[in-house]
Design a protein around this ligand. Sequence first.
Ligand code: K7E
Ligand code: CUA
Length: 661
Amino acid sequence: MKRILILSLILVIAAASLVACGRNRESATPEPVASTGDLPESAMQIASSRGLTPNDINAALKTYMPSGKWDEYYLFASGGHSGQVIVIGVPSMRILKNIAVFTPEAWQGYGYGSRESEEILNGGNVDGRKIRMGDTHHPALSETAGDYDGQYLFINDKNSARVAVIDLRDFETKQIVKDPNIISNHGSTFVTPDTEYIVQGTQYATPLGWEYAPIEEYAEKYRGVITFWAFDREKGRIDPSQSFAMEVPPYWQDLCDSGKLASDGWAFCNSFNTEMATGGIEKGNPPFEAGVSQRDMDYLHIFNWKKAAEVYKAGKTEEINGMPVISIETSVAEGLLYFAPEPKSPHGVDVTPDGKYMVVAGKLDPQVTIYAIDKIEAAIAAKQWELDPFGIPILDFDAVKHAQVELGLGPLHTQFDNKGFAYTSLFLDSAVAKWTVGGDDPASWQLVEKTPVQYNIGHLSAAEGDTVSPDGGYLVALNKWAVDRFAPVGPLLPQNEQLIDISGEHMQVLYDMPMGVGEPHYAQMIKADKIQAWNSYPEVGWDPLTQSKSPHATMLGEERIERNGNQVEVFMTSVRSHLTPEHVELKKGDHVVWHITNVETAQDAVHGFQLGGYNISLSIEPGETVSFEIDADQDGTYAYYCTEFCSALHLEMMGYMLIEP
Ligand code: K7E
Ligand code: CUA
């Protein structure tokens, strides 16, 4: 009886998953299973010998991706401390790529000599200091009319307040910008519905420009900013010359989200230190964790960014460290900034797909609080407010609060599906709560069910879950602790990314995926067919930094070494299976600029390049031209070679750099 049950489960699910795979390569595979009789006896043996339940088999089939078949979604996950973005296929949870962003990465030739990558990384230098790590938190896909368009990805670095731009044609980082006024950031990156701006907010307040001021002068001198980085879609770059910031009180702003549809033009950011606690437990002061949690309410910051952009364009700003900043006074006078009280230590704020409601989750409050944009706009019109010490209007809580839903302990972040449900992570409960996104009637907002996750969930990510039209189907829980989920690997454990099926009536955990490179705070999941990635660069001699043909492109037969005094320029090509020239003869004291063009156009025909003793590692992808510079300051005989096993004669793909004393 049980055997029949398992077999029919396999059959039903196998049929369903075949329908689900749309974008797959043709291959000469055997006929799909059509009846239980087609199933091999061994399937039953595997199931019984491994003690699999029907649920396990269900989960296995839903995530199984046969060789050569592609996943339905890409998950772009923050790589946390690695300073990278991890690209994962859903539902298989196979890692497709780690994109180097804030941290050098040798395989991709990022930050190991290539002029292009050094220029990008140097964009994130702080006061001239090279910062070569990151604490990435929130990836954001570019949007058109509130939907992911698959063109660009942005991600922030919390520790040094930087934002990076990744081009999804080649999955490479193109730009890092450093906010000139803050050193600590968290509320980023969040895009406005047409990616006009990328929103970035301060976390820990400092004097603007992170200059010195005694902590006793906190209320007077310390501030935060919410920066609106303008994005030039045509150039694929943030344009700092069109960007502006808004000064905010030192309330430790946290997560943000942009309004959409009904709330288009607004942006929302939490805060959690309206106490303006300054810590100093060693001086007998209340510690931060107590000082910051004294008040029952903090403030949801509500920004009218469309109006703020006009105020900026009208020049009503003050330039601070080269960034035009709208002062608090101007924001108040122009009606750009309002507060709404929000219960205890809020963390996430997430706007519903229709843009009508903002969901705020307080870490120390078991309920989520839902605000309605029409109520916010009405309270502003009716001036239902009192003023905070900085003169900013605090809207009446009862006037703007729409509903509250008790979900459980430690609610943090919320995502949405296509059936009118919201999913909120419960950090302390280690669970995901599913609840209804109601309507005008506050009683229509209700908890539906909870499912345990393992363990201490932070963010969660649903398929297209931040857009105006979420897909539903899949949800990934980004858990901080794995504890007992995987074979032991010493005291530093991986985090656990859990795939959850949300297509049915009840949530089901399908798969545990260890993330062993850093803490994946947030991720966004996009339908795979929206990504139009290049197979090779469009033209031989391509410079991925400018996304155009490099002036140093070298075609076959044009290889040469040019010398002008002690300035040497090498024009090299790489093709299976040789690097030309094979001898680079230099004199001690030469300054060398070295260009390599991969003249191949075949997909996957990548050549790497490393130069012994000189800390050079490059990836030269089909069609790409890469440049690096060295000072030949040590005479000797050095070998350079291709680092990708590109052909049968790959080991012969080498050359000598000879530096004559
Ligand atoms: Cu909750 Cu940085 Cu979005 Cu971590 S943050 S979880
Ligand atoms: Cu080219 Cu190995």
